[in-house]
Write a protein that binds this ligand. Structure first.
Ligand SMILES: [Zn+2]
Length: 67
């Protein structure tokens, strides 16, 4: 549960623009991110990119293609 909260907090911070300076420093890395989603909760319904931290929530019946 703690990990999920951490990721959600990171995403909120990202939306709030707190990471804007980091984006500017590493624009190439962000463009080139080849998302690799891994489950971050026990139900494996919520995934996060292990490279850039992007959150992806599986829809009902959807399978994690990266697993
Ligand atoms: Zn990514």
């Amino acid at each position: 549960m703690y990990i999920i909260e951490l990721f959600l907090k990171l995403k909120e911070d990202f939306k709030a623009g707190k990471f804007k300076k980091q984006e500017e420093i590493k624009p190439v890395q962000k463009e080139k991110c080849d998302h690799f989603f891994v489950p971050i909760d026990s139900t494996k319904r919520i995934l996060a990119c292990s490279k850039c931290g992007e959150i992806y929530k599986l829809k009902k019946g959807e399978v994690n293609p990266f697993e």
